[in-house]
Design a protein around this ligand. Structure first.
Ligand SMILES: *Cc1c(COP(=O)(O)O)cnc(C)c1O
Length: 235
């Protein structure tokens, strides 16, 4: 396990350095990009190791795994991000745990989060997930779907929309990813004037292990990195 901690610390240092270099190369403020360490491939021990070496924001894509890890004493200091698909029947248990939900892609889900947040006395930050790649197996709103949804969020006073999230196309490599990320930024810019007061699309959550530098060049403010951080870790 001590070997694993050293490996994870090393991996984190390398990712942080690459994030900093990409941010500088893009001419952006180093503080303008946050790293979410995605712990879905590992158990609580390795996740706690990542937290302990200096990665406070952790992401999970499945509610059950999020709930399980969030209940661990060793992970009490983590700030959790829900990055995967969220079903409405999982909202109640998820809301108290998370700082940010990246993956809201329907009015039904937004309504459900809003009403349960109200019941629980919370105001929740969310991102709207957009499918910029056209991959059919991916979740997310279309550009038109986003434009239609924005005004409908105005009455939801227990959510605060802070940005957009996307995943790059599976096929097409770095150039396709760059196009998808640029499309998300342009979409954000084009709808900014149509946003109700509880919607402020500052955050762009985009970029994973194989494409986070591309995403930063295209304006990412949150990158979600998993595999690279746990590279070489024995379980
Ligand atoms: C798994 C996952 C990631 C991290 O992917 P890596 O390629 O392992 O860095 C990021 N975002 C989402 C939504 C994921 O499900």
């Amino acid at each position: 396990m001590s070997d694993n901690i050293a490996t994870i610390a090393d991996n984190l240092a390398r990712v942080n350095e690459r994030v900093a270099n990409a941010t500088t190369a893009a001419g952006r403020d180093p503080a303008s990009v946050r790293l979410v360490g995605v712990t879905k491939y590992v158990g609580p021990v390795e996740a706690a190791a990542l937290l302990s070496v200096g990665c406070p924001l952790l992401g999970e894509s499945r509610p059950q795994q999020l709930w399980d890890k969030a209940a661990e004493a060793s992970l009490a200091e983590a700030r959790w991000h829900m990055i995967g698909h969220l079903q409405r029947n999982k909202v109640r248990r998820t809301l108290p745990i998370v700082d940010l939900i990246h993956s809201v892609d329907s009015l039904r889900l937004a309504n459900s989060i809003d009403s349960i947040a109200e019941e629980l006395g919370l105001r929740k930050q969310i991102l709207l997930e957009v499918n910029c790649s056209g991959d059919l197996e991916k979740h997310g709103l279309t550009a038109d779907g986003l434009k239609e949804l924005l005004p409908q969020l105005a009455e939801l006073s227990h959510i605060e929309v802070t940005g957009l999230m996307t995943m790059a196309a599976r096929e097409g490599g770095a150039s396709a990813a760059a196009e998808n990320f640029a499309a998300l930024r342009q979409l954000r810019d084009s709808v900014a004037s149509e946003c109700p007061p509880n919607v402020n699309l500052t955050e762009l959550s985009m970029g994973m292990s194989h494409d986070f530098e591309t995403a930063i060049l295209e304006g990412a403010t949150i990158v979600r990195v998993g595999s690279l951080l746990f590279d070489g870790v024995c379980r």
